[in-house]
Write a protein of this length. Structure first.
Length: 196
């Protein structure tokens, strides 16, 4: 009987060790091995947006919710016009999303966001090319899967730029439900991205 108890205790200890590794050691190595320069280059190759970030952090909570935090994201067009800036992007997803390229968005929280919504003289939005031109191959996959989730934005500045028009709108907080996000993204034809 004692042998069975000892075996069970050993199994429980192994499970706890793996669990502790998953929520502490594994995220530490992911964070430390993340190559910011390489990521910025891949974003440019995939989108043609010149992008910089200051830091990347990968953590796993005790319930296995995985939080990816990026600080000071800045994207500009190749003509150096501003596109999108965020002081902090916090994505809550599943532990192996960055490996499987299957992102289930449990929550997406952004702080201090500035977005330049630019309309070209022909009447087309400057970002209109992006969905169809997106190249996922630079991230090592033919297809990235995204299961939409809610989005929250704190301190959001939207700048509308068009011929002879410049208008700023500031919002203290914006919230979008999972369905609102899915309906919005479904309007576009994404190349190499599946929206669920």
């Amino acid at each position: 009987m004692n042998q069975h108890k000892n075996a069970i205790m050993i199994i429980v200890a192994i499970i706890l060790f793996i669990y502790a590794g998953m929520i502490s050691i594994f995220p530490y190595f992911i964070t430390k091995s993340f190559n910011i320069d390489q990521f910025e280059q891949k974003v440019f190759e995939a989108t043609s947006l010149v992008t910089t970030i200051d830091s990347f952090d990968y953590t796993i909570k005790p319930n296995f919710d995985t939080v990816i935090t990026i600080r000071n994201w800045s994207s500009k067009y190749i003509d150096e016009q501003n596109c999108f800036d965020a002081r902090q992007i916090q994505l809550t997803t599943t532990p192996f999303a960055i490996f499987t390229k299957n992102f289930k968005i449990k929550d997406l929280y952004l702080k201090n966001v500035k977005y330049a919504d630019q309309t070209l003289p022909e009447g087309q939005n400057k970002l209109a090319f992006l969905p169809e031109a997106f190249n996922s191959n630079v991230f090592g996959t033919n297809n990235i899967k995204i299961t939409t989730g809610p989005i929250r934005i704190k301190n959001y500045q939207k700048i509308h730029i068009a011929p002879n028009i410049y208008k700023e709108n500031n919002y203290r907080e914006m919230k979008y439900s999972k369905d609102e996000v899915k309906n919005f993204l479904s309007q576009f034809t994404f190349n190499h991205i599946t929206i669920n």
